[in-house]
Write a protein that binds this ligand. Structure first.
Ligand SMILES: [Zn+2]
Length: 325
C-alpha cells in the first residue's frame, strides 16, 4: 500500500528479511517524473511491489528520474542498480557512500579486511567464518550502479517545485545523510532516527578513526536544531515528538554503556566474551545476523569506554582484551 505523506509525496513500503521485515522508500512526484529516496532491498517481490505502488498513482519505474540514497546499506540501495537499468535514473549519494560502495565491489579485499578485523575479537576461526559469511551475504546484495552526482553537506537540491537540504548525519553508517524539506518541516531520516529501536552502530572495518557512537550523538544534535515537524524514517511509522525520541535514544546508549562498564572487572575479556555476557540466555533465539550486529555494537561501546579512560585495552597475541581501568 502506498501512503501519501504530503502533497505529491508518497511512502512505499517494501519487503526485507531480518527482524525489521520492511523498509520504506519515498517517492516525490512532479508531473510524470519521480524522485525516489532510497531504493529498498533487492529481494523477490520487492521490485514488483515498487512497480505496483507507482502504478497505483499512475506512474511506473520508468518515471523515476533521480534516486537519492541515505546510505549504502543493502536495504536502502539494493534496487538502485535495477531501477537505474530500467529507467536510466540518475543516482545521487555522498562521497563517503561512494567509497563504501566501492569497497563492497572489491570482494577479496573486503573479506580479507573483515577476517583481520574480527579475528581480533576472540572468536574461533569457525565463528569468524560465520561473520565473513554474513558480510558476503550483504555484499552480494549491494548492486552495481553508476553515480551521477555527489551530495554535498548542507547543499540545497531541487526537484520540480520542491527544494530540500542534504544533512550529513554520520553515525549509524559513516556515510549517512538525511533529506530535509524545510518548507514542510519534513525530514526523510533514513536510519538516523527510528521509532521503536535505536539505530544499530557498527565499526568501520577500514577506518577505525571513525567513531560511530560519538558521530551518531553529534548527528542527533544536528537534526535537533532543525525545525522538523515530522520524521519519515526508513523503517516503522512516521514520528512527531522528535525531541522526546532523540532523548530516548540518547538514554538508551548511555544506559548500555553504563551496563557494559559495570560488567568489566580485573579479569581480561574479549569483545566476543563481553558480548555473550550482555546477550545472556537470549542468544539462543538469535540468528547469526543478530549476533553479528550485537558484536559490532559491543565493540563500538568498548572503544568509546576506552576513549573515556574507564577501561583498558591490551593486545595479547592478535586478540584484544578489556579490563576496568
Ligand atoms: Zn535500514
Amino acid at each position: 500500500m502506498i501512503a501519501e505523506i504530503a502533497e505529491n509525496f508518497y511512502r512505499i513500503t517494501l519487503p526485507m528479511p531480518y527482524r525489521l521485515r520492511h523498509v520504506h522508500a519515498y517517492a516525490l512526484v512532479d508531473g510524470d517524473n519521480v524522485a525516489l529516496f532510497d531504493a529498498g532491498m533487492n529481494m523477490p517481490g520487492a521490485y514488483e511491489k515498487l512497480a505496483a505502488d507507482l502504478a497505483s498513482i499512475g506512474l511506473s519505474v520508468d518515471s523515476i528520474r533521480d534516486i537519492y540514497i541515505t546510505h549504502v546499506h543493502t536495504d536502502h540501495c539494493g534496487m538502485a542498480g535495477r531501477v537505474q537499468e530500467q529507467s536510466k535514473a540518475r543516482i545521487h549519494l555522498s562521497e563517503t557512500s561512494h567509497q563504501v560502495h566501492a569497497h563492497f565491489q572489491q570482494a577479496d579485499y573486503l573479506i580479507a579486511q573483515a577476517r583481520l578485523f574480527y579475528a581480533k575479537h576472540g572468536m574461533s576461526p569457525a565463528e569468524v567464518e560465520a561473520i565473513v559469511e554474513e558480510i558476503e551475504d550483504i555484499r552480494i546484495h549491494i548492486p552495481q550502479f553508476t553515480v551521477d552526482t555527489f551530495l554535498q553537506k548542507n547543499e540545497i537540491r531541487q526537484f520540480g517545485n520542491r527544494s530540500f537540504e542534504v544533512i550529513f548525519t554520520p553515525g549509524h553508517a559513516a556515510d549517512h545523510v538525511c533529506f530535509f524539506f524545510r518548507e514542510e518541516g519534513l525530514l526523510l531520516a533514513g536510519d538516523h532516527v527510528l521509532p521503536y529501536i535505536a539505530p544499530s552502530l557498527s565499526p568501520n572495518i577500514y577506518d577505525e578513526i571513525f567513531q560511530p557512537l560519538k558521530s551518531y550523538l553529534e548527528s542527533l544534535c544536528i537534526i535537533e536544531t532543525l525545525p522538523i515537524t515530522t520524521i519519515h524514517p526508513g523503517h516503522g511509522n512516521s514520528l512527531t515528538g522528535i525531541d522526546e525520541r532523540i532523548e530516548e535514544i540518547r538514554t538508551h546508549h548511555l544506559l548500555k554503556k553504563q551496563l557494559l562498564l559495570k560488567n568489566m572487572g580485573v579479569q581480561p575479556k574479549t569483545t566476543y566474551t563481553i558480548c555473550g555476557e550482555m546477550i545472556g540466555a537470549a542468544a539462543a533465539n538469535w540468528d547469526d545476523w543478530e549476533k553479528f550486529m550485537a558484536l559490532n555494537e559491543t565493540y563500538v561501546y568498548l572503544q568509546e569506554l576506552k576513549r573515556d579512560g574507564v577501561i583498558k585495552e591490551t593486545i595479547i597475541g592478535n586478540v584484544l582484551f578489556y579490563t576496568a581501568a
